[in-house]
Design a protein around this ligand. Structure first.
Ligand code: AMP
Length: 542
């Protein structure tokens, strides 16, 4: 017997409709590429998203056709999120930090028909358009008068001219909730990038899950600033979750340096921010020497790479901000776990709570996870045993776009490529990416642990630990560090700092002082490049 409830498809258009109707006056504030700050409301955004849908209808696009963006976080990008997906097309957000050849490859693989881009990416578009014959329409996200006269990009028009004069009445179509809504390619450190193709249903379920109190915990009283880009897994779903809760949205545009982010946080009285550790490192580096304080920020969700305990501590002790350590991946829309305490942890002292907080957290309802050995046997949740982390759920991919890379699943579970422990309370902690874990004398060393300890030293700004070949032990860890401005540190001092904090055999064999540590397009340390650069490196004494 079937239930007798209404069969309403879960569609992205319903999010902007809801925000317009129930939080119409809610603000959306954007720092623009032009440098100024733009502000309007959910009512304005919904109206313009409908104009976008009407403008798309004039472009001779089919249902499911891909509309690509190369854009920062801002209100026009936000309108495209709803105008494109809501009208049944697929929004393909491209990471502009990728190499131009890789971007051209992605555009062609996705068969993008339209490319909407911020003017700051014009040189990039000029470089690739000749390689992308399938792109039929180029739209610059600017006003008509800002459009460059001789761009060399065929048929380039301005977004405002293209959509501004359209009718703002539009009835969002109803269709199967499993219809594709947006597309995001993985960073692809090895091989070609692969596309994660989200659906309306997966996006809405993820938005519900993300908004839960023990997940992101967003509400109508929050002002949210996603520093995490809208081109990286839909800014972790924040634009959708904000519509669902009515939170104020604050978009930083291209200005992601510490000073700009701090000024916007303060000017807009932001209560909630989200980003990768490297962004927060820039923010804290700006604030500390100037003795600056937050007047409104309460919580910040940090993920994408392991958040060092020193950062969680600095936010809490120096600034009174709660860090929510989160883990996820492009293939998971992206949220998998968020670290919030349970009732029983309230009684722990500071050090005890910190032991919990630095884990990547517990699964959000909707994500099922387990750890397995190399034969697929499930491992215990004892907080000690580590194994390959597998996940499944309605917002986890079943396969990649166009079947790229074959069937990724193992008995219906998606292998994340991460190695982790899970404790008896269900808190998961990432040991490493499986390809980054260091195998020394038959034991595993977590590069994340070695890095976290290095950045706990007051002189160290950033650290990267990799394994290098060793004739006896197979591999040994070495750590590369950058120092804070004006700080000094010797190899011996840093090695001594490790004593007593981790097992002797886990202490790195060498310290290399470097000017910069290379980061990939999504802010993660490029360990493949580091390993490659150090091909001829020899450990001391060998
Ligand atoms: P991406 O698909 O580019 O977002 O990368 C996903 C990968 O980033 C995961 O599989 C992890 O290896 C890593 N990652 C994400 N969040 C965390 C975290 N909080 N701690 C450690 N690694 C993380």
């Amino acid at each position: 017997m079937l239930g007798l409830m209404q069969d309403q498809p879960l569609l992205i258009s319903s999010l902007i409709e809801f925000a317009e109707r129930h939080h119409g006056g809610g603000q959306i504030v954007s720092r623009r590429v032009e440098g100024d700050v733009h502000r309007y409301t959910y009512v304005d955004a919904a109206r313009r998203a409908r104009q976008v849908a009407n403008a798309l209808a004039s472009l001779d696009l089919g249902f499911g056709d891909r509309v690509a963006t190369l854009a920062w976080n801002g209100y026009r990008h936000f309108e495209l999120y709803f105008g494109v997906s809501g009208s049944g097309r697929v929004l393909h957000t491209i990471n502009p930090r990728l190499h131009p050849d890789q971007i051209a490859w992605i555009v062609n693989h996705a068969e993008d028909r339209v490319l909407c881009f911020d003017l700051s990416f014009l040189p990039l578009v000029q470089a690739i358009h000749g390689q992308c014959p399938g792109l039929k329409h180029y739209i610059a996200l600017c006003a008509a008068e800002q459009l460059p006269a001789d761009s060399g990009v065929p048929g380039l028009c301005s977004y405002e001219a293209w959509m501004g004069a359209r009718d703002d009445r539009y009835v969002w179509p109803r269709f199967d909730e499993n219809t594709a809504s947006s597309l995001c390619y993985t960073s692809g450190t090895t091989g070609n990038p692969k596309g994660a193709l989200y659906s309306h249903r997966s996006t809405l379920l993820h938005a519900y899950g993300a908004a839960l109190p023990d997940a992101m915990g967003l509400s109508a009283r929050d002002a949210v600033l996603p520093v995490v880009p809208m081109f990286h897994v839909n800014a972790w779903g924040i634009p959708y979750a904000a519509c669902l809760t009515g939170a104020k949205l604050v978009f930083p545009g291209p200005a992601l340096d510490g000073r700009s982010v701090f000024e916007l946080l303060e000017a807009e009285q932001v209560t909630y921010a989200a980003g990768v550790p490297t962004v927060w490192q820039m923010l804290l580096a700006h604030m500390k020497p100037a003795g600056l304080r937050f007047s409104s920020l309460k919580r910040t969700v940090i993920g994408g790479s392991a958040c060092p305990p020193a950062m969680i501590q600095a936010f809490r002790d120096d600034y009174g901000v709660e860090v929510l350590h989160a883990w996820g991946m492009t293939e998971m829309s992206p949220l998998g776990t968020v670290c919030t305490l349970k009732n029983k942890h309230q009684a722990l002292d500071d050090a005890g709570q910190m032991q919990v907080r630095l884990k990547q957290g517990r699964a959000i309802f909707g994500v099922d996870m387990k750890i397995v050995d190399d034969d697929g046997g499930e491992l215990p949740w004892d907080g000690q045993t580590f194994g390959n982390l597998l996940v499944r759920g309605p917002w986890v991919i079943r396969e990649y776009f166009k079947g790229e890379g074959g069937d990724p699943l193992q008995d219906g579970w998606f292998p994340t490529g991460d190695v982790a422990t899970i404790d008896a309370e269900g808190y998961m902690q990432i040991t490493d990416r499986s390809k980054d874990v260091i195998k020394s004398g038959g034991e595993w060393i977590s590069s994340i642990d070695v890095e976290n300890l290095a950045v706990a030293h007051p002189a160290v700004a950033m650290a990267a630990c990799i394994g290098v070949p060793h004739p006896k032990w197979d591999e040994r860890p070495i750590v590369m560090v950058t120092l804070k401005p004006g700080a000094t540190l010797t190899r011996e001092e840093l090695l001594a700092f490790y004593q007593g904090k981790i097992a002797k055999w886990q202490i790195p064999d060498d310290v290399l002082f470097v000017d910069t540590i290379p980061l990939g397009a999504t802010g993660k340390i490029l360990k493949t490049l580091l390993r490659n650069n150090l091909k001829n490196y020899r450990l001391p004494g060998l």
